[in-house]
Design a protein around this ligand. Structure first.
Ligand code: HEC
Ligand code: HEC
Length: 270
């Protein structure tokens, strides 16, 4: 349809005339604006039509002379800045890696703790962000982490989270989801209102905000479960963890923690 319309318009003599006069008018205004008007000015040095057009259009004279090629000391900086801006997420990870040098003493060089501090490698970024904000606001108590987190601006927290999320997770023995899983992990205990751990902590499903537990130091896990049970840790939304552990025995806390802390066989372990 458009095509036929165009053909029809072209056959129309009025259309052809208006097109022709428009073209002539355009060429004339270019000549007047770029060549004739500039040439009337005193500094007109007839370098040809091209130079005149460039000058009238505001192009710096040095562009056409080749003098601009001399690179000042600052010119490479501009390129670097542009590259960095384009890098986006990877820039965040790189910045996070530098900031994380302050964390390696306790959380390990690759985010895998060799002490009883939690692993951060492969942890969901939203978990690291939430926990650091909770330490910062005092919602989660830890003298070490509260002191550290208060000094971290939001941007640092985001970059640290991006960096730790990019690291490979701790290697644990493969999960088989069979009878050998502790019952609380696999099916929970409906009579005591204990939901299966895997329904929130991964395996079957990961609930937003529930941390990655696999490979965490056992002492850390037991410590957190006890802290939830005693109410010393109370930053879990809707008291999800506090309700869960209230009915658990100390032995059960040890058992589920040992399961999550299980290591890959020594041959393939770190
Ligand atoms: C002196 C040792 C130490 C240093 C240094 C340290 N941490 Fe920690 N971090 C800990 C301990 C211990 C805990 C567990 C505290 C608790 O029981 O709540 C922890 C907990 C955390 C948690 C919560 C993890 C989870 O699974 O809930 C995050 C996130 C964290 N640290 C991030 C960092 C970051 C980021 C840095 C560096 C800026 C850092 N830490 C430096 C010892 C340390
Ligand atoms: C209904 C969902 C849900 C279930 C079921 C659940 N958890 Fe959690 N768990 C959470 C959430 C959410 C958090 C993070 C709380 C916060 O924001 O600090 C958490 C935190 C934890 C932490 C602290 C981890 C850390 O690094 O800070 C441990 C340990 C833990 N859960 C163990 C368990 C175990 C073991 C079970 C099974 C007996 C279990 N959870 C069942 C939702 C759940």
């Amino acid at each position: 349809m458009m095509h036929e319309g165009g053909m029809y318009a072209w056959r129309n003599p009025w259309f052809r005339w208006s097109l022709l006069s428009l073209s002539i008018f355009t060429v004339l205004s270019i000549l007047v604006g770029f060549v004739w008007l500039p040439s009337v000015h005193g500094d007109f040095t007839a370098q040809g039509i091209w130079a005149s057009i460039c000058r009238a259009a505001g192009v710096p004279a040095s562009w056409s002379s080749g003098a601009a090629v001399k690179a000042g000391p600052g010119s490479s900086n501009v390129v670097l800045e542009r590259d960095m801006a384009r890098a986006g997420a990877s820039d965040s990870i790189g910045r996070g890696a530098t900031l994380a040098l302050n964390c390696t003493m306790c959380h390990g060089a690759q985010g895998i703790s060799i002490s009883n501090a939690p692993n951060l490698a492969g942890q969901y970024p939203e978990v690291v962000i939430k926990q650091l904000h909770d330490y910062k606001s005092g919602k989660r108590a830890s003298s070490i982490m509260e002191a550290l987190a208060t000094r971290l601006p939001d941007k640092d927290i985001e970059d640290l989270a991006a960096y730790f999320a990019s690291l490979p997770k701790a290697r644990t023995a493969p999960t088989t989801y069979d009878e050998s899983l502790p019952p609380l992990v696999r099916v929970g205990d409906p009579m005591r209102n204990i939901a299966p751990c895997i329904s929130c902590h991964g395996g079957v499903d990961q609930k937003l905000g529930a941390p990655w537990l696999e490979g965490m130091p056992k002492e850390y896990l037991v410590g957190q479960l006890k802290a939830f049970a005693q109410g010393n840790r109370h930053n879990d939304p809707e008291a999800q963890m506090r309700n869960m552990v209230r009915g658990m025995t100390t032995q059960e806390m040890e058992e589920v923690s040992a399961f999550y802390a299980r290591k890959a066989s020594p041959a393939e372990g770190r």
